[in-house]
Design a protein around this ligand. Structure first.
Ligand code: ATP
Length: 369
């Protein structure tokens, strides 16, 4: 079966500058949700807009449901209206002069795909409003709703005609944080219940993890890694991916040896550290070892990667404590859950489990701040 969405070597340049999307390829099988995640300006929205037909790509090919909708080399460009897609944006794109019901019924009445009959429209609108939790609000003017409710109307309006593909561009970012979390979880349920195929753009990692069957991390117009959330989090293919998804500790050293995906890195005065690596590192190369604050074990002497360090600072953050720890000229932040501080300033044992240490070629600046 062909992918619901197939993107091959997509390039989009604005004017003569650097490409905003630079050779991106991936597919979205039917019923799957792919999230494009990355910092501002990485090209995720431009990719989505090319799929929607709102931007004209410079190169590559986009196919929806096996049909090529964009291929500049052959002069193919299908208009947005003819792509059978639904779209939900950050701004609540609802018609302010209509009721909730009228907003959701509108696409069924005026879509090119063929208008539905009156009773069919009633049934579909009612079912979709129930699905998004707005069953009681059908006759309300849409402007009387809250932001979160308006976004549900926008979602219902895109779902009601069951498009082949749903495109969502930061749909939750105008909502306050509590509501954002609630709607995020509900969105996952709704999309899975309807079996929708979705492409979702965000810079918010928690949204990416909850919503994505796979996450594609982008930087500078390139797709660095496309994988299920667990793999992105536990096996980042690149130091940027590791850093962007929260591996905030970076140790610098030189490669001593590598055997398959296992490497040993010389950290200088701190000694050696064993790490996993996705790259064919060579002995003598400069390397960075990335690891998450929550993966370091303080006060424990494990069988490997065990060091003696010194706690230099403690910061309470409600339900967690961050310790700054120095060992052999290296500095790490360590996160422990719980309200009680378990370690005092001064000497402490620490273990950096090898499986949670990821080594990459040192290619200079990777900070995402
Ligand atoms: P954000 O989350 O801030 O929207 P993004 O990852 O979605 O970021 P894009 O909006 O796709 O990034 O932008 C990618 C690059 O393309 C940026 O450098 C941006 O300035 C540029 N760009 C986007 N739209 C245009 C445009 N219409 N004209 C010129 N440059 C553009």
């Amino acid at each position: 079966m062909s992918a619901a969405l197939l993107i091959e070597d997509l390039v989009k340049k604005f004017g003569t500058g650097k490409a905003a999307v630079d050779g991106v390829s991936f597919d979205v099988p039917a019923g799957e949700i792919v999230v494009l995640l990355g910092p501002s300006g990485c090209g995720k929205t431009t990719t989505l807009r090319c799929v929607a037909g709102l931007e004209h790509p410079t190169g590559g090919r986009i196919s929806i449901g096996g049909r090529v909708v964009s291929e500049p080399e052959r002069g193919t460009l299908v208009s947005p209206r003819e792509r059978d897609i639904g779209m939900v944006f950050q701004s609540y794109a609802v018609w302010p002069h209509m009721t909730v019901h009228q907003n959701v019924a509108y696409p069924l009445k005026y879509r090119r795909k063929g208008a539905d009959s009156g009773s069919n429209i009633e049934t579909k609108v009612r079912e979709t409003l129930e699905l998004v939790g707005l069953g009681e609000y059908a006759q309300r003017p849409v402007t009387s709703l809250s932001g979160g409710q308006m976004q549900r109307v926008a979602l219902a309006r895109s779902l009601v005609y069951r498009p082949q593909l749903l495109l969502l561009d930061e749909p939750l970012s105008n909502l306050d944080s509590k509501l954002r979390i609630r709607l995020r979880d509900e969105l996952r349920r709704i999309l899975k219940m309807t079996g929708m195929t979705g492409l979702y753009v965000t810079h918010d990692q928690s949204e990416a993890v909850v919503l994505g069957d796979r996450i594609g991390v982008m930087k500078d117009g390139k797709l660095l890694q496309m994988a299920p959330p667990g793999e992105i989090y536990n096996r980042p293919a690149d130091s940027f991916v590791a850093n962007f998804t929260g591996a905030s500790n970076v140790l610098k050293g030189k490669v001593l040896e590598r055997n398959g995906d296992q490497a040993v890195i010389d950290l200088g005065a701190a000694g050696r550290i064993a790490a996993w690596t996705p790259q064919p590192l060579s002995p003598g190369e400069n390397a960075r070892v990335a690891l998450r604050a929550e993966n370091i074990r303080l006060g424990e002497r494990g069988p490997a990667n065990s060091f003696t360090g010194r706690v230099t600072e403690r910061r309470y953050q409600g339900m967690q404590t961050i310790y700054d720890v120095e060992f052999g000229g290296q500095k790490v932040g360590v996160l422990e859950l719980g309200t009680a501080a378990r370690h005092n300033d001064g000497e402490v044992a620490l273990t950096l489990p090898p499986d949670t240490c990821w080594a990459y070629r040192d290619e200079g600046q990777v900070s995402v701040d």
